[in-house]
Design a protein around this ligand. Structure first.
Ligand SMILES: Cc1cc2nc3c(=O)[nH]c(=O)nc-3n(C[C@H](O)[C@H](O)[C@H](O)COP(=O)(O)OP(=O)(O)OC[C@H]3O[C@@H](n4cnc5c(N)ncnc54)[C@H](O)[C@@H]3O)c2cc1C
Length: 271
């Protein structure tokens, strides 16, 4: 397993797979950070009838085909959520759950994150609020924590926290949670009831791109790019739904291809 790539792609949906295939065809080493394929927008589409080459196909079937193609492509598939990107001069460090990867260029193909932040979530992130139990859990060993999330991964994380001696208050219902605190988070409010805690873990399928990469620019909810899918950060390209409307498969695939060609050109110029 490599931990350093020419190009790291965040998101294994249509845009990410398209980008990966093109980067590989140009001889680059490629890592694709991707969580469960069922989290992609495409998986939820009942029927796609405007994508060339298919009269009609369900989103779930096309998602399965994309995943299979990615698996056989030669890209290294990194399962999990990219949590944080750290620009380091001529390269990037990317935290994926509790692991760390390096790349010379990045392609963000993370789709859209519709979830709004809970009140207090952004304010206390890194100060009592964490997105990753296996990364930060040890800071709360033996303490009382809240865990908000209903996925299989959230259940697994709750178990992990208990295994290191934490008292875990699990919140599995979707709803209006509020994170309270002063210097750092110290309580969760839900349906009017307050629970005092030492830390709060919020386990979502994805991390909003606005939190993921510092320095990107946004307009109308999408990452701003030029025609070459280059973002405001040199070496970072973006493709697909995360660059804004129209939210369409053909656009995602086309932008993935352009972002890949631009990332390869960027690397060829800088190396
Ligand atoms: C109900 C529905 C019907 C649709 N019907 C059509 C249609 O008929 N025709 C059409 O052209 N389009 C349709 N679309 C839109 C189409 O599905 C999307 O435009 C397309 O899937 C976008 O691809 P993408 O790769 O940009 O994003 P996505 O398919 O959303 O893939 C992004 C992937 O990246 C993952 N990811 C995000 N953040 C991270 C992270 N931090 N770490 C790891 N992984 C991450 C996500 O979980 C996801 O799996 C439909 C969408 C929906 C929801």
């Amino acid at each position: 397993m490599s931990s350093s790539f020419d190009i790291l792609i965040i998101g294994g949906g249509a845009a990410g797979v398209s980008a990966a295939l093109t980067c590989l065809s140009r001889g680059k080493t490629v890592g694709v950070v991707t969580n469960d394929e069922k989290t992609s927008a495409l998986y939820k589409a009942e029927r796609i009838s405007n994508y060339p080459g298919f009269d009609a196909i369900s989103g779930a079937e096309l998602t399965g085909r994309l995943s299979e193609q990615l698996k056989n492509s030669g890209a290294e598939i990194i399962r999990g959520r990219a949590l944080n990107v750290l620009p380091m001069g001529e390269s990037f460090g990317v935290a994926v759950e509790s692991d760390y990867y390096m790349a010379s260029a990045l392609i963000i193909a993370a789709g859209i994150t519709r979830e709004k932040l809970y009140p207090g979530e952004g304010e206390f992130l890194g100060r009592g609020v964490s997105y990753c139990a296996t990364c930060d859990g040890m800071l709360y060993r033996g303490k009382t924590v809240a865990l908000i999330g209903a996925s299989e991964e959230a259940a697994h994380d709750a178990q992990f926290l208990r295994s290191i001696g934490c008292t875990v208050h699990e919140y599995t219902q979707p709803g209006a949670y509020e994170i309270l605190g002063a210097d750092k988070a110290n309580a969760v409010r839900y349906k009017g009831a307050e629970q005092t805690v030492d830390g709060v873990f919020i386990i979502k399928d994805t991390v909003s791109v606005t939190r993921l990469v510092p320095g990107l620019e946004y307009k109308d909810g999408g990452i701003v790019t030029d025609r070459h899918m280059a973002t405001a950060v040199p070496g970072v390209f973006a493709a697909g739904d995360c660059t804004g409307k129209p939210y369409q498969l053909a656009k995602a695939v086309g932008e993935g291809n352009i972002a890949a060609l631009s990332a390869c050109e960027y690397l060829d110029k800088t190396n």
